[in-house]
Design a protein around this ligand. Sequence first.
Ligand code: SAH
Ligand code: F3S
Length: 461
Amino acid sequence: MNRVHIKTYGCQMNERDSEAVAAMLRARGYRIVESEDDCDVLLLNTCSVRDAAEQKAIGKAGYALSRKRHSPDFVLGILGCMAQNRGAELLDRLPDVDLIVGTQKFHRVPDYLDNLRAARDSGVPLGEAIVDTAEEAGSQNTIRDHVEGPERKVCAFVSIQQGCNMDCAFCIVPTTRGDERSRPMDDIVRECEEVVSRGAREVTLLGQIVTSYGRRDYPHTGGVSPFVQLLERVHAIPGLERIRFTSPHPRGFRQDLADAFGRLPKLGEHVHLPVQSGSDRILRAMKRPYTRDRYLEIVASLRAARPSLAFSTDIIVGFPGETDEDFEDTRRLCEAVDYDMAYIFKYSVRTGTPAATMPGQVPAEVREERNRVLLEELGRGSLRRSQALVGTVQEVLVEGADKTGERFMGRTRGNRVTVLEAAPRLVGALVPVEVTRASVSTLYGSLVAAGLQSPLGAASL
Ligand code: SAH
Ligand code: F3S
């Protein structure tokens, strides 16, 4: 009973948590396997942000449990956000689940599996489910330093914070992830140094609202927020070439952060800046503390600091009360910003959030139609912005083999996926690539000898 498969739903935070659980299990002698059909333990690390994500995991769990009929020792665990959100109530739908572990208890998973294994080895049939969704003080410090995994990664993800204290009216994250808690800056810097010493060239700092990092723990110094102080310290790590972060909140973009894009060349030329809506009326109803004009001002201040900056965003269509005019405002805002990419979400009712009981719920067909219109327009914009890069030379960080395994892939400073012919020794290198072809989300190109215009200068090649 030691072959474990972990299936992850949802965001990069979940990916990161799954990696941490995998590392802890490996350290305990479990084997992490690729096949979800051929494993002794299946762990689903779940997402609750939209109903569809929960339904998918519940469907998968129901199907997996049918395996118990012929292999009664098979263990199914549900971890993460849906475990936190629904807890023991999940047992009504899925009575045979063995393990339900919330977002602050990932580090307990190895013990719980050990317990289940010990019970099985002593001949006791697996009995009542273990359910642990309690809060745990300091849990932001238990998810870390997990990098003993077999593969060396060019791009590493480092968690800097957990939870969120904003009260966006639509969002379940404050419930599933709990209070905002920041990891100590020294710990984060140490982990970044470690991943770099193991071969990482790019670090993405992760949290639900990274721009609020450390606001209760560290003072502003000389007008510089704790988040920007952290960026400065990570920027100073030798051998690290690029820094990214996700997700920030518009209200965290003050001048100190815009200035950072001007003076810290390792900051990637891409900002994911969730807007949610382009209508002031809807932003107010969503309890997003900025206006459309303020958002556009932030975009302008960032572009002033770094003209080549690319933006992506999150948008919700069909929030309660959204009219055609509100939607039109969102559409026009997208045109004004000229995003490289956007995640568009149809509003999904999350029980327990303020928006769930707001009047003016928008019919599913309308949400569907607005989603379609916006997707199409944003797709056209992405393609235009991609194609504008054809003929230019971009600095690409080579990450590894592409999907087909025949070529290599990497990303530009602006975070565009780029497929190229390269050699294995170039994995982890920054190379100049001339873009020869572009699709909506991918660039294709070939290595060139020189001609790269990089703010880091030729020395970084
Ligand atoms: N701070 C986190 C937010 C997590 S939720 C982050 O940016 O990663 C990610 C996105 O899901 C949000 O930005 C929002 O656009 C979308 N979302 C959240 N709740 C939603 C809901 N009830 N319905 C539809 N989309 C939602
Ligand atoms: Fe959710 Fe708003 Fe926080 S979208 S994660 S409550 S900033």
